[in-house]
Design a protein around this ligand. Structure first.
Ligand SMILES: Cc1ncc(COP(=O)(O)O)c(C=O)c1O
Length: 395
């Protein structure tokens, strides 16, 4: 008799995907929904990348590649990090099926049951499930809107126990868009070094930063960090390539080899065609990345200004990524369009069912009382959605 395992029973589906699925259900009933739930750039994948994929298909690059990725792509990624001041050899790079798979491999290769992993919140929905799937224990460390959703190093230090093995960093952050400054990361690095910890630094939004600020590659901060850090990134967000499923991990050779062994048993290798396309993405002229970044910045400014004019909402300005993460507590306790709004979940249920705007509740990111709006949509659609949200809020 088939039965669902304890592991599978403990995994909850991604809240972001659940919100998007509910929006699709309503759409199927003929209701126009403004869906701002998904973290997916709306731009088409740039032309040179698409063309190189077609060339790869025509050129016969349609077979298994080495399990850890093609040498071309591992070299291209290594060169990318050399440009950031991190000496990386190709065998210190593992290519996987998206950054989420890189994260899974990194955790599966380095965590044992009972290990504690410190995760600042609000945090990306998948982190705690990915940690739990290894038998390790996610330890959530809340931050607030008023501290810019960035964890002070002293609070990190005070959470360290004898079982703490790892810190999970994500700057720029999903869901808050918070970008840690260099000095803040240096303070965090000192805690890591003082307590002999390791780090997974998820830098997937590194190229999407605004107002001239810079994203810092954590492993570059001190000479002792590369041997205890796994850096995660990929092409999904930077090049609007979410469906191509290419991410990578950069870390010490023995760890990358262990991750590669796991991957070879799980998936054999990432897609050959997507890897060829990813080489083009990384090495081509990067003007289109800058164009997309500028467009995201214009949308961010517009969306944040509008949200802050709505009753009961408070939205900080995100320094990176493409999410507005706002406080909805001023709207709680009210009745809106016949629905009693007591929690962020009620807020998002009302916004969706009565307002026809799909958001993700902050509680899904460990931050009740908030909501996330993805501004990875055109300005016109954003405006229509914000009109609908405002009309619902004022009803
Ligand atoms: C913080 C963060 N890390 C990793 C990922 C996963 O990226 P990929 O689509 O390459 O698996 C996402 C996607 O939403 C993300 O927001």
């Amino acid at each position: 008799m088939l039965r669902v395992s304890r592991l599978a029973s403990s995994v909850i589906p991604s809240a972001t995907l659940a919100a998007a699925a509910r929006a699709k259900q309503l759409q199927a009933q003929g209701i126009k929904i403004h869906d701002f739930s998904l973290g997916e750039p709306d731009f088409p994948t740039p032309t040179p990348i698409r063309e190189s994929a077609l060339k790869a298909i025509e050129g016969g690059k349609t077979k298994y590649t080495p399990a850890s990725g093609t040498m071309d792509l591992r070299n291209a990624v290594a060169n990318l990090y050399k440009g950031m001041g991190l000496g990386v050899a190709p065998d210190e790079v593992l290519i996987s099926n998206g950054a989420k798979h890189s994260l899974h491999n990194a955790m599966a290769a380095t965590l044992d049951p009972g290990d504690e992993v410190l995760i600042p919140t609000p945090y990306w929905v998948s982190y705690s499930d990915l940690v739990s799937m290894t038998g390790a224990v996610p330890v959530l460390l809340p931050t607030s809107l008023d501290e810019g959703f960035r964890l002070p190093a002293a609070r990190l230090a005070s959470a360290v126990t004898a079982r703490t093995r790892m810190v999970l960093l994500n700057s720029p952050s999903n869901p808050t868009g918070a970008v840690y400054g260099r000095a803040e990361l240096e303070s965090i690095a000192k805690v890591v070094l003082d307590h002999d910890l390791s780090v997974i630094s998820d830098e997937i939004y590194e190229r999407l930063v605004y107002d001239g600020s810079e994203s810092t590659c954590f492993a570059t901060l001190y000479p002792d960090l590369p041997k205890r850090t796994i850096t995660i990134s990929g092409v999904s967000k930077t090049y609007s390539m979410t469906g191509w499923r290419i991410g990578w991990a950069v870390g010490p050779k023995p760890i990358i080899a262990a991750m590669g062994n796991i991957q070879s048993q799980e998936t054999s290798c990432p897609s050959s065609v997507s890897q060829a396309a990813a080489v083009t993405a990384i090495t081509m002229d990067q003007t289109c990345v800058e164009e997309m970044r500028k467009e995201f910045q214009a949308r961010r400014d517009h969306v944040v200004a509008r949200l802050n004019r709505m009753p009961g909402l408070r939205c900080p300005v995100p320094g990176g990524a493409f999410y507005a993460f706002f406080d909805v507590q001023g709207a709680l306790g009210r009745e809106i369009a016949g629905r009693k709004i007591a929690t962020d979940q009620d807020f998002c249920d009302g916004a969706l069912n009565e307002g026809h705007v799909c958001l993700v509740p902050g509680s899904a990111f460990g931050a009740p009382g908030h909501a996330r709006l993805s501004f990875a949509a055109g300005l016109k659609e954003l405006d229509l959605g914000l009109d609908a949200l405002e009309a619902w809020l004022r009803s």
